[in-house]
Design a protein around this ligand. Structure first.
Ligand code: NAD
Length: 457
């Protein structure tokens, strides 16, 4: 299968599709390792080695990401740095992750007894990943799996399979047994067969909402973790009004509605700003959006590159045109050229327009004036998605209220929803998914408690 650059269509690599025999080899190898009980120091050492090796080959890794996904090289470098950190955290967590000791002599029948509750891997994992972070999202599956000693098979997105192959080369150099990590480039039909294979009791999927939930439906008795899409919102409250406040909010909104050309599950798609600040903030967002460098992703100055393919750019264009027909105004952008779509700011957009209510997954943000925080929070919650929300406020009470009332997996106070770090839990509610990533949270989700009761101790 040829891999092409989304920017200029040139061939940037080739991967072999796995036939059923290769799939069977990978699954039976993973299954054979299900009770391997690899010592924690071996797991931690391998994870440290993977982290170091990615760091040593960072430029090569970034070039792969830019070539296959069209992401600007500066964002590609940031993604590689994240993968280094993800494996680094996993190395650390692998050393401390264990379980609990529970005394049982709290009841007469428990005298002389002790329970040891270990967290044991549920079994070999199938990871299915999307195109937008071809290295990081694979790292988010592989690092916690290896940290708990679980074998993992990854099926990467067909448009961006090169980063997963790069990672597999690095893992192969560690002391981990063969079969602990495999990458399979397979069709949708083969993927579903893997999803239903009882030897892979855990499926960890990152991707779009309809595919994710249909995968869960096709394996109702398995543990299925879903990290899906969203229509991320930022709320700018009335107290966020100094010159520096507005400048920071505008700069973060302009950057993070357009990074990855908007193809991030937590990019800023909706902005609800207090009416007293609306015109000023809008002007700043537009100015900062217009200042973003666009074009060749291999150019160090480029901040916004192409979308993954022309169909995606055409879909974004169609959604903006539809919103315009319903009364939306284009403050800047709104133009497509091949696979690229200009960074776009919209106002006066109806709440039910697709660019607001669905996941736009393109460089488009809609800005709304609101009369109160109540109204802003109600608008954020009026969505079938719920990944993260950014709330710009200095008010601690309001920050806690946001944490309680917003129906999302995470609230980022003083910044956009696009902030994510691998030592914190990350995931969605409602249609945006089920389960949590972040190294430690994922390790928790990939294991279950197994209890050993000792009598006469
Ligand atoms: P996608 O759902 O089309 O594909 C994801 C994976 O599923 C790919 O490997 C793909 O080949 C596979 N797949 C697609 N259709 C399939 C089918 N019918 N049967 C079996 N496998 C199938 O998603 P995408 O377009 O690659 O990625 C974009 C989506 O991913 C967006 O919705 C985005 O929000 C989401 N995403 C979520 C997170 C998160 O952490 N929540 C992170 C990144 C991306």
């Amino acid at each position: 299968m040829l891999v092409r650059s989304p920017y200029d269509g040139r061939v940037v690599g080739e991967v072999a599709l796995a036939d059923d025999e290769e799939v069977e080899r990978a699954v039976s190898a993973a299954h054979a390792l299900r009770r391997a009980a690899i010592p924690a120091h071996v797991l931690a050492g391998a994870l440290r080695q993977i982290s170091d090796e990615i760091a040593a080959r960072a430029d090569e890794a970034a070039a792969i990401l830019t070539a296959e996904s069209g992401k600007p090289v500066q964002w590609a470098k940031a993604e590689v740095a994240r993968a280094v950190s993800t494996f680094g955290w996993a190395a650390q967590e692998a050393r401390t992750f264990s379980g609990e000791l529970q005394r049982l002599d709290t009841d007469p029948g428990g005298v002389g007894r002790l329970a040891i509750a270990r967290r044991a891997p549920l079994g070999p994992i199938l990871g299915i990943t999307p195109f937008n972070f071809p290295l990081n999202l694979v790292a988010h599956k592989v690092a916690p799996a290896l940290a708990v000693g679980a074998p993992i098979i990854v099926k990467p997105a067909p448009r961006t399979p090169l980063a997963a192959r790069f990672l597999a080369e690095i893992v192969a150099k560690t002391d981990l047994p063969d079969g602990m990590f495999a990458v399979l480039n397979v069709s949708n039909e083969q993927t579903i067969a893997l999803v239903q294979d009882p030897r892979l009791p855990v499926v960890s999927f990152t991707g779009s909402v309809p595919v994710g939930w249909s995968i869960r439906d096709s394996a109702p008795r398995k543990k299925v973790i879903l990290e899906l899409g969203g229509n991320g919102a930022a709320v700018v409250c009335a107290d966020w009004r100094s010159e520096a406040d507005l400048d920071w909010a505008a700069s973060r909104i302009a950057t993070f509605s357009n990074y990855q050309a908007g193809q991030s599950c937590i990019s800023v798609q909706r902005v609800y700003v207090d009416r007293s600040l609306h015109d000023d903030l809008l002007q700043r967002i537009v100015a900062k959006t217009e200042a973003l460098g666009t074009g060749d992703p291999a150019d160090a100055a480029t901040q916004v590159g192409p979308l993954i393919d022309e169909d995606s750019a055409k879909r974004v264009e169609a959604w903006v045109e539809e919103a315009k027909a319903d009364g939306a105004r284009v403050a800047t952008g709104g133009v497509r050229s091949g696979t690229s779509y200009a960074p776009t700011v919209l106002t006066n957009v109806p709440d039910n327009a697709k660019v607001v209510a669905e996941e736009v997954f393109g460089p488009v943000v809609s800005v709304f004036a609101v009369d109160s925080t109540d109204e802003a929070f109600a608008k954020v919650n009026d969505s079938r998605f719920g990944l993260q929300t950014g709330v710009f406020t200095h008010d601690l009470q309001l920050a806690f209220r946001a944490g309680r009332e917003l129906e999302v997996g995470g609230v980022i106070v003083g910044d956009v929803p696009s902030y994510r770090a691998d030592q914190m839990p990350y995931g969605g509610v409602k249609d945006s998914g089920v389960g949590r990533e972040g190294v430690r949270s994922a390790m928790h989700d990939l294991t279950e408690e197994r209890v050993l009761v000792l009598t006469g101790v």
